[in-house]
Design a protein around this ligand. Structure first.
Ligand code: ADP
Ligand code: MG
Length: 704
């Protein structure tokens, strides 16, 4: 029976280690249960999402148990990253692989022999070189990271992983812990079988990554959309995944031309070039990497703030892993998938003729359904992984802006009628052209302009029609015959639509506008301290030649910004600040926080200024009167009132702004695709709506 909690005394000890070594106060979901098993000497298989905190599940027992932990890891970059992070926390760890200079290898082996290492990381291919040592030293646990690499069922198969079973046979009694973020049931079975740990207790964590915002947009004008997206994200790290090498390069060039620091990454580059791009990314020298899926597994960078899929991935497994590379630090991250019909066709072509064609197409279809989903996307994702949630997540585009349905019966009839009149021989493009009454060569060559319903939907934009037709396919009104040039055919339901008055609901198409950026503009007052802390972190990272997030993660800086520690004792209360980092960096960060103090003071006077306004307002004075009395502009007073209400004061802002103005703002929000600041709204209203009203209105709309 797997234990789920630790015995009390061990728990106290481990929690103390967690705080002093890693700076964390509590376990993440499943960490305690996994650790409890390892501490009890049991074999474990842990399936936890990317960023879920798998490393700690073996790192903490490694510190608590006498001896050295042996960690098998597939990639040098991954090992290096973890070893750097451990060392920054004052833990003795090293990695060993065949590409290291001999002198480094010797040094590591020497340390190993002397029991000076708490953890040793090794690639499976180099394991045999350690063979002699494994008999002579105390190994306290064997961790197999990225354990799905062992299985040919998995998607990153590594032959050398299949040799690992002998470890367990040789070191009976030493607990083995297999960790992965992707393993369906057959893969899990394969992993425990191949590692010779059939009794391993299995811990399957929730796959929910609630900090990832999930968004899907139609793929037209992607480049423009991406440039807009990047506008208020300077310096944020992000990855753009493309299907082809060529598109990674051309997109990276376009971004560079627009002034962004972006690099392409794909399997066609030399190993040196790939290494350089990866290092630049990890070290925050290049914030944006445009890559094929060859990029990513080695990346444990915790502050990736967004992931864009330029093209639709082949399956949900890949998609979830790729977006999972953002927001590992638990802070909000934005994921954006561009979906286009052309991509689906392309991906189908790739799958055709493969021995696993059927399987691949089925997976692709699920991916497509996800992209076209009209209900909570997270629900769809988690359902796919066999996890059922009942509440909508509130952090995806659908939850933020639920689709509104319109009666699409007449439009559906028109579409079906065109399909029928084209004798079910034409693909979507031509069907739409006929509906729109397009005057192109194909139409005239085939004489389609003579068809009775030619131009029947000329009032609907091409892209919108395409979306509606896709919805009709999903609703089972139409069917695509992929193997026959993608021609559209009518289903029995279509006949009902055409002849029996069956009604059809279609989701109204909404112009996408990320709600998040508006929230960001309202939040612009904060973040000054965070910026300063970031700067210091960057300075230290340069001094020490390590990636910035090895010094402190974004989450730690955020917590520091919130807690504003004034003493070292307070500093260690910050999440992610352990004893080693406190000793090394505590003073310097403290100074930055303390320097902010005048700012806090100023805030205090501001606090008074708010209180004064509030008093006059509750005394019954009008905004004009308060403005006069306080010698401040009415705009400032309105600003005060908004802030006061936001902070919980009982002020009815709806009395200060008209319903019409709110509606106009709502409209503007919909029409302005990407918002970088209040100025966008100011310009939208041709400088006629004052800033205070924009601010107040947006605040009210966002809190509705
Ligand atoms: P995984 O290997 O599962 O993808 P990691 O082990 O790399 O994830 O952990 C992701 C991030 O979460 C790291 O920055 C790590 O320091 C942090 N983390 C892990 N455990 C905790 C915890 N108990 N409290 C706070 N942060 C944690
Ligand atoms: Mg990991």
């Amino acid at each position: 029976m797997p234990t789920t909690t630790l015995p009390k005394d061990i728990k106290t000890e481990l929690l103390q280690l967690l705080k002093t070594k890693f700076g964390y106060d509590s376990f993440r979901p499943n960490q305690e249960a996994v650790i409890a098993d390892v501490m009890a000497g049991r074999d474990v298989m842990a399936v936890m999402p990317t960023g879920g905190g798998k490393s700690l599940c073996f790192q903490l027992p490694a510190l608590a148990l006498p001896g050295t932990a042996l960690v098998i890891s597939p990639l040098i970059a991954l090992m290096k990253d973890q070893v750097d992070a451990l060392r920054a926390n004052g833990i003795t760890a090293a990695y060993f692989n065949s590409s290291q200079p001999e002198i480094e290898q010797k040094h590591t082996l020497h340390q190993l022999e002397n029991g000076a290492l708490q953890l040793i990381y090794v690639a499976p291919e180099s394991l045999s070189l350690l063979d002699n040592y494994l008999n002579t030293i105390t190994i306290n646990l064997i961790a197999v990271d990225e354990a799905h690499c062992i299985s040919s069922w998995g998607h990153d198969f590594r032959p050398a992983y299949t040799q690992l079973a002998y470890l367990k046979r040789r070191m009976t009694g030493v607990p083995m812990i297999a960790l992965t973020a992707t393993a369906d049931k057959p893969t899990q079975d394969d992993i425990v079988k191949q590692l010779a740990i059939p009794q391993a207790s299995r811990h399957l964590a929730s796959f929910d990554r609630s900090n990832l915002y999930l968004e899907v947009r139609p793929g037209n004008n992607r480049n423009k959309q991406i440039l807009n997206f990047l506008e208020n994200r300077t310096d944020e790290s992000g990855i753009i995944y493309c299907l082809s090498r060529k598109s990674t390069e051309s997109l990276a060039e376009k971004l560079q031309a627009a002034g962004h620091k972006a690099e392409a990454y794909h399997a066609g580059l030399t190993p040196e070039e790939r290494m350089r791009v990866q290092e630049d990314f990890i070290n925050d020298r290049v914030p944006i990497v445009v890559a094929t899926i060859a990029f990513g597994m080695g990346i444990d960078k915790s502050n990736v703030r967004w992931v864009i899929h330029y093209n639709m991935p082949k399956n949900i497994e890949g998609y979830y892993q790729e977006i999972g590379r953002s927001g590992r630090d638990g802070l909000p991250a934005h994921t954006l998938l561009f979906y286009s019909y052309a991509d689906t066709v392309q991906l189908r072509k790739f799958a055709q003729g493969s021995p696993t064609e059927e399987y691949q197409l089925a997976k692709l279809e699920r991916m497509q359904q996800y992209a076209e989903a009209l209900s909570c996307r997270r629900k769809a994702l988690l359902n796919y992984f066999g996890e059922f949630i009942y509440e909508d997540c509130g952090n995806c585009d659908i939850c933020k802006r639920p689709p509104q349905y319109i009666d699409g019966t007449v439009l559906a009839q028109k579409v079906c009628s065109v399909v029928a009149r084209l004798k079910e021989q034409e693909a979507m493009g031509t069907v739409i052209d006929v509906l729109r009454g397009s005057e192109n060569a194909t139409i005239y060559d085939k004489g389609y302009q003579e068809i009775k319903t030619y131009g029947a939907a000329s009032d609907v934009p091409w892209r919108d029609l395409q979306q509606y037709v896709i919805q009709m396919i999903n609703q089972g009104v139409l069917e695509i015959r992929f193997h026959e040039h993608g021609r559209l055919v009518l289903t029995p339901l279509a006949k009902k639509v055409l002849f029996e008055g069956e009604s059809i609901q279609l989701a109204r198409l909404i112009k996408e506008k990320p709600a998040a950026s508006v929230a960001k503009t309202l939040d612009d007052a904060t973040g000054i301290l965070f910026e300063k802390l970031r700067q210091l972190r960057s300075t230290i990272a340069k001094e020490e030649g390590v990636p910035a997030y090895i010094v402190f993660s974004d989450a730690t800086l955020k917590d520091m910004e919130t807690k504003k520690p004034q003493t070292l004792d307070e500093m260690i209360m910050v999440s992610g600040v352990g004893q080693a980092k406190l000793d090394k960096y505590g003073e310097r960060f403290l100074k930055v926080v303390q320097q902010q103090k005048p700012k806090t003071k100023k805030k205090k006077t501001k606090g008074n200024t708010y209180a004064k306004t509030q008093k006059l307002y509750t005394d019954g004075l009008s905004v004009e009167e308060i403005s006069e009395k306080r010698e401040l502009t009415p705009g400032t007073i309105y600003g005060h009132l908004t802030k006061l209400q936001a902070d919980g004061a009982d002020i009815d802002l709806y009395r200060l702004i008209s319903k019409g103005d709110l509606e106009r703002l709502e409209q503007a929000k919909e029409e302005l695709k990407e918002v970088t600041g209040l100025k966008d709204f100011y310009d939208y209203f041709e400088e006629e709506m004052p800033y205070w009203k924009i601010r107040m209105g947006l605040y009210l709309l966002s809190s509705e």
